[in-house]
Design a protein around this ligand. Structure first.
Ligand SMILES: [Zn+2]
Length: 274
């Protein structure tokens, strides 16, 4: 009996490893990219980067830490802290340089570039809320890593652009912009839970979905929000509609992907792009 069952067991193991590898995004250890690091151990290890929990997926003996690297990450050696059975070790990895292009944008409403003090108060309050939404975490063992495009349209601004608004340098572009007419439905790219909805100064009407282990997608400038906070949603479900609320010059979807609190390039999670 043992001789018969052993090859079956091995076949099952290699099949599981193949499925996990197919869904894994490619390792792109650059600012705004992701580092995929192989980890061993029988139990799923707990990993932290920059003090924040990091996604760990896979099977016993064959784990992968999927680390989101912020656009502000400096090229050089970085450390992943790995915890197993109460023991901590540091796993070093290299972040390579990446130069993003500069984009100059003219915004007619200068209040959206140089907000007056009363708007600054609102922005500071909202930053706390937005940071909390970006730090959401649920311990889903196998989060969906292959995302579908939430809306079809031309990519009007790439991820990571170093932005200059009205000749003044501002935060780099933390997502991709997809141009689409006002009112076009925006669909969930994978299953998840709505962790925040709101109307924000820069982002306009916004929805955040957490897909598991700190993988969060963000939808901004919506004309309409069709989901409620706390709702569990399926892949392809209606979230809202394209608009130009907040700081937007024309109707488009700003789509952000956040991993362990870092805004990363959404393109890394797109399996079939149209
Ligand atoms: Zn944008």
């Amino acid at each position: 009996m043992f001789k018969l069952s052993a090859p079956v067991f091995l076949a099952t193991l290699s099949c599981a490893a193949f499925v996990a590898a197919a869904d894994l995004p490619a390792s792109r250890p650059v600012p705004g990219g992701i580092a995929v690091l192989a980890l061993d151990g029988d139990e799923r290890p707990v990993a932290r980067y920059d003090g924040k929990r990091v996604m760990v997926i896979g099977d016993p003996g064959n784990w992968s830490a999927v680390v989101g690297l912020p656009l502000s990450a400096k090229p050089g050696q970085h450390a992943l802290e790995v915890e197993r059975h109460g023991f901590r070790e540091v796993r070093n990895f290299e972040v390579k340089d990446k130069q993003y292009t500069v984009q100059r944008v003219t915004i007619a409403d200068d209040r959206k570039v140089n907000p007056p003090p009363e708007d600054m108060k609102r922005i500071e309050r909202e930053t706390v809320t937005l940071d909390a939404a970006k730090a959401s975490w649920s311990d889903v063992p196998a989060p969906p890593l292959a995302l579908a495009l939430p809306v079809k349209g031309e990519w009007s601004a790439a991820f990571g652009l170093r932005r200059v608004f009205n000749d003044q340098p501002r935060q780099p572009h933390s997502g991709i912009d997809i141009a689409a007419p006002e009112g076009i439905p925006v669909l969930a790219p994978a299953a998840g839970r709505v962790v925040n909805t709101g109307e924000y100064f820069f982002n306009g009407n916004t929805v955040f979905i957490e897909h598991g282990q700190g993988l969060i997608t963000m939808y901004c400038h919506l004309s309409r929000i069709d989901v409620e906070r706390g709702a569990e949603i399926a892949a392809g479900e209606l979230i809202g509609a394209v608009g130009h609320t907040g700081r937007a010059t024309a109707p488009h979807l700003h789509w952000g992907v956040i991993l362990n609190g870092a805004s990363v390039d959404p393109a890394l999670f797109l399996q079939a792009r149209e």
